[in-house]
Design a protein around this ligand. Structure first.
Ligand code: HEC
Length: 171
């Protein structure tokens, strides 16, 4: 009985800790999103049709598979150029690399995009992106062409697993 009680207390403590960590991760980066990403993607994350793709109600669907998590880190680390389609609108722009920002800052910025702008699409039990994951993603510097291929592969896998998640879900 005592073990059960201790277990419950420990469990509750872990949940509170996890919530605190999530809250901190989400709070920390709003600033970087506002000063850096919002210039193009807009403070609402809705983007500018034809120029800057939306980050709201899109990328939350990408993280339904592990490759999507990695894709988001790769985009901010390596930037992106070339033709993409998001919600049926075509973009052919240039996203600069933000590898100069720290691992924790990038993780927190992506968590802001995911938890604040894509909450509805996040898979159940989705765990925030961590600084050490971002550090790990720094190793393979991707060219613009490789980045485009990575997105195309992701969209294909998502289409197979989550029909229409990438293109037509949300709004
Ligand atoms: C100078 C403008 C600019 C800034 C600043 C910028 N982006 Fe982008 N971003 C773009 C463009 C343009 C694309 C699409 C590139 C293409 O057409 O190949 C893009 C694409 C993306 C994508 C891929 C979206 C998808 O549906 O695959 C993500 C994720 C992203 N940006 C996140 C960010 C984050 C996070 C920041 C801030 C750290 C940021 N961007 C800052 C211009 C920008």
């Amino acid at each position: 009985m005592r073990e059960v009680k201790i277990g419950i207390v420990l469990g509750a403590g872990l949940i509170v800790l996890a919530q605190l960590m999530t809250a901190r991760a989400v709070r920390a980066e709003t600033g970087v999103f506002a000063t850096t990403c919002a210039v193009c993607h807009q403070p609402t994350g809705r983007g500018v049709p034809g120029l800057y793709p939306p980050l709201a109600d899109t990328v939350g669907a990408y993280v339904r598979i592990p490759a999507g998590r990695r894709y988001l880190m790769d985009v901010v680390l390596d930037g992106m150029a070339g033709r993409i389609v998001s919600h049926d609108v075509t973009y052919n722009g240039l996203m600069p690399s933000f590898a100069n920002l720290g691992d924790g800052v990038l993780a927190a910025t992506l968590n802001h995009v995911l938890f604040k702008l894509n909450r509805r699409l996040l898979p159940a039990g989705f765990k925030p992106i961590t600084a050490s994951e971002v550090r790990g993603a720094r190793h393979d510097k991707l060219s613009a062409a490789a980045m485009s291929r990575e997105r195309a592969r992701l969209m294909k896998s998502l289409g197979a697993k989550v029909p229409d998640a990438a293109q037509s879900e949300a709004r």
